[in-house]
Design a protein around this ligand. Structure first.
Ligand code: GLN
Length: 204
């Protein structure tokens, strides 16, 4: 199994390590590669979009290199039912609808999750925090939120996986998973439950 981590910006290395550890625990042979250019995602079995700054990551994935761009490759993997996971800024990019910040910055979204997201939903008082979350199909996970977005509208075919206070913070539509928090940070403490869930999310 080959897993690609979109490596243009953000917490890329943490996702690479978390995925490698999750593969080892599940006994899956393969490799995990961070990539900044088109050509790798299209030859992968799964892809992760890390957190970071959604405006920056969007520009880079939609930028053509030759005749290809990474955005098209990510959409194609999703259409094939292969696991696609976005965390934090990655959740924003996977969504169909954004908020006024997304509009104002003319951030292009991939539209793979039929949800509306709100950037920086938890405000300045709570820029980052950690809470135990009940995650459907996984159990309780310690979730780290860092200037996190939230899902504020959910389409009919979207499954809600976790909620915190009045917000939806984890969703799934087919093989596409979006999380408002940062599961890659838990791998440091040996917890790779979310990455294992992701690796198992193939629809074939
Ligand atoms: N606030 C960032 C954004 O809107 C996301 C933060 C993160 O990915 N940790 O793009």
């Amino acid at each position: 199994m080959r897993v690609a981590v979109v490596g243009v910006q953000g917490d890329v290395e943490e996702h690479v390590l978390a995925t490698k550890l999750a593969m080892k625990k599940l006994g899956i042979e393969g490799d995990v590669v961070a990539t900044r250019r088109p050509g790798v995602v299209e030859r992968s079995d799964a892809v992760i979009l890390p957190g970071g700054e959604s405006t920056t990551i969007s520009k880079l994935i939609f930028r053509n290199v030759g005749r290809k761009n990474m955005a098209e490759e990510i959409i194609s993997l999703a259409e094939q039912g292969k696991p696609v996971m976005g965390t934090c800024a990655g959740l924003i990019l996977l969504s169909k609808y954004g908020d006024d910040q997304v509009e104002r910055t003319e951030t292009k979204l991939l539209g793979l999750l039929d949800v509306r997201v709100k950037r920086n939903a938890f405000g300045r008082q709570r820029e980052s925090f950690q809470v135990p979350l009940k995650f459907k199909g996984v159990g309780t996970v310690e979730a780290v939120f860092i200037r996190a977005p939230a899902v504020v509208e959910v389409g009919r075919n979207v499954e809600v996986l976790a909620e915190f206070e009045r917000y939806v913070v984890a969703v799934r539509e087919g093989s596409v998973i979006g999380l408002a928090f940062h599961p890659e940070l838990n791998a440091e403490f040996g917890d790779t439950k979310i990455h294992e869930y992701f690796l198992n999310a193939s629809l074939d």
